[in-house]
Design a protein around this ligand. Structure first.
Ligand SMILES: Nc1nc2c(ncn2[C@@H]2O[C@H](COP(=O)(O)OP(=O)(O)OP(=O)(O)O)[C@@H](O)[C@H]2O)c(=O)[nH]1
Ligand SMILES: [Mg+2]
Ligand SMILES: [Zn+2]
Length: 273
């Protein structure tokens, strides 16, 4: 550990000219990371290093939007895995519910609430859910993570107007955000509350997770995984897998299981985690 990241506590010295030197990074209580994205044009070759996103975090606030960009449960599940493997408290936000005329967000809310996560449906346009979300962030260090354009910076501005973070619109043709926030910055918003706004990301592959451990980060599997025939079961091809039968009997949601399989395959394909 030699490079300081956002959220690190450090010992430093200031020079007279306003520059400074970090002498020491204090031990981290936790940190969250992902595999560094592949460099365009580099193909699939080369080891992907660990990229640390933040340290000493209490709440991982996973922000998605109902539309523009479209709700992406696969991405949420990947972010959950990263958060669970770092033992963070995970909060899920479905923003832009003003665009959700069919109330589909409620179904997703139910799914994730049932697993045990706090879920907030929010709208900047209709000023919904914002106070409740703010309450859950009170007194904590909160890292906000999600795709570009889902409204991370807009939500922070709505909760803490003095932040005045830059926000950007979403491309009409692709429904994608334009990567308005470019660096992660930790801000103190009151005596005890801190927020880290982060740049939107396109992909996330959790770092350093072994195949046989992935199931631990899908919390609802734990009710069943003790009953698999093999204690190293990856809940995929093994016989007498209690997780697979729970999926077949609708005790585990099929979408969540599909997310699990998608991540499992990427671990198998990539030896250098
Ligand atoms: N309809 C609607 N639009 C919203 C809502 N929240 C944010 N937006 C819009 O979504 C766009 C993107 O918002 P940002 O806050 O910049 O998104 P971001 O997640 O910070 O994006 P990056 O910084 O690129 O990662 C802006 O045009 C916002 O006005 C909402 O609740 N409803
Ligand atoms: Mg932003
Ligand atoms: Zn199993």
């Amino acid at each position: 550990m030699d490079i300081a990241t956002v959220g690190d506590l450090v010992e430093y010295e200031m020079n007279q000219d306003g520059t400074g030197v970090i002498n020491k990074i204090l031990p981290r209580k936790n940190y969250i990371s992902r595999k560094a994205p592949r460099i365009k044009g580099a193909g699939n070759r080369g080891e992907r290093l660990e990229q640390i996103v933040g340290a000493n975090i209490d709440n991982l606030i996973i922000v998605s939007s109902y539309k523009s960009p479209n709700f992406n449960n696969r991405l949420i599940d990947r972010l959950i895995v990263a958060g669970e493997s770092s033992h963070l408290n995970i909060i899920i936000v479905i923003n832009k519910i003003d665009l959700d005329l069919s109330h589909t967000s409620e179904e997703w809310n139910k799914l994730y609430s049932k697993i045990g996560y706090q879920v907030f449906e929010t709208s900047i346009v209709e000023q919904k859910g914002i106070d409740a979300l703010k309450n859950s962030m009170n007194g904590k260090v909160n890292l906000i993570w999600g795709q570009s354009g889902v409204g991370k910076s807009s939500l922070l501005n709505a909760m803490y107007p003095s932040l005045k973070l830059k926000t950007g619109n979403v491309s009409e043709s692709t429904s994608k955000g334009k990567h308005t926030t470019v660096t992660s910055v930790l801000k103190k918003v009151d005596e005890k509350t801190f927020v880290v706004d982060t740049p939107g990301m396109r992909e996330i592959d959790p770092y350093g997770i072994r195949k046989e451990d992935l199931g631990h980060y899908f919390k609802e599997f734990s009710l069943y995984s003790d009953k698999c025939r093999f204690n190293t079961c990856t809940h995929y091809h093994e016989p007498d897998c209690a997780v697979v039968s729970a999926v077949e009997n609708d005790f585990i949601n099929g979408d969540r299981y599909q997310s699990y399989l998608n991540i499992l395959v990427t671990i198998e394909d990539d030896m250098n985690f």
